[in-house]
Design a protein around this ligand. Structure first.
Ligand SMILES: NC(=O)c1ccc[n+]([C@@H]2O[C@H](COP(=O)([O-])OP(=O)(O)OC[C@H]3O[C@@H](n4cnc5c(N)ncnc54)[C@H](OP(=O)(O)O)[C@@H]3O)[C@@H](O)[C@H]2O)c1
Length: 201
């Protein structure tokens, strides 16, 4: 398969590229490359990326930011940024994919455990993650037969916890999360939110 990974240079993206590269042609994208450049908060940038990418069998989006901050510190701009970036950015990755991805191909988005298990500071992030989950379930109904659409919902990643000075044993290794993305690409599933968490969601 010919697979585009948006966010390929990130912690999870690099593991996904490693996991898929043995059996597939993988093209990496992010704001700085490595192969294609894209800013998912800009719909025109997404369309331009697809034009450059050529025909694809699958797209994985493991990029997108949302603001984590205490409730009283979250400004209008923080909610607007979060919605435009990780939520609408990923929705537009699907909306713009229909001509680039071969019939029966797939787009896999990324949400996160904070949709189901919020914590102080996660008001904007939880909304965005829940929105991604709802979008794939709804969009899959109308894209059936044309495009498979799924999301992977990671829990805290072990390597991220380690970088934060927390116990990595409480998280799920990035390599395990990468397997959930692989499942969405190779298995004939759509409208699914695949959990990759160390705690039940
Ligand atoms: N790590 C965790 O514990 C965890 C847990 C749950 C969910 N998640 C979710 O998983 C996703 C990836 O997390 P990560 O830890 O791998 O993040 P990361 O290491 O910060 O990597 C983010 C990747 O996305 C790219 N990127 C960022 N903004 C972009 C944009 N606007 N347009 C295009 N590319 C963009 C970055 O490259 P450039 O800077 O070059 O653009 C980079 O390749 C995020 O959605 C995150 O919320 C992570």
């Amino acid at each position: 398969m010919r697979i585009l990974v948006i966010g390929a240079t990130g912690l999870l993206g690099a593991e996904i590229v490693k996991c898929l590269s043995a059996d597939h042609e993988v093209i990496g994208a992010s704001r700085k490359g490595p192969a294609l450049t894209v800013d998912i908060s800009d719909k025109a940038s997404i369309a331009a990326m697809y034009r450059q990418a050529g025909a694809l069998d699958a797209v994985i989006c493991v990029a997108g930011a949302a603001k984590f901050a205490p409730f009283d510190a979250l400004a209008d701009e923080d909610f607007a940024f979060s919605l435009a970036n990780k939520l609408m950015g990923q929705i537009n990755v699907v909306r713009c994919a229909r001509e680039a991805v071969q019939p029966g191909g797939s787009v896999t988005l990324t949400s996160g455990i904070l949709a189901q298990h919020p914590m102080p500071g996660s008001a904007a992030v939880s909304v965005v993650n829940a929105g991604v989950d709802a979008f794939v379930r709804a969009a899959a109904l109308e894209l059936a037969g044309r495009l498979r659409v799924n999301a992977v919902s990671p829990g805290w990643v072990a390597e991220t916890l380690q970088r934060m000075g927390r116990d990595p044993a409480e998280g799920v290794p990035a390599a395990t999360v990468a397997q959930a993305f692989r499942k969405c690409v190779v298995e004939d599933i759509t409208g699914q939110v695949v959990s990759a968490a160390s705690t039940p969601q």
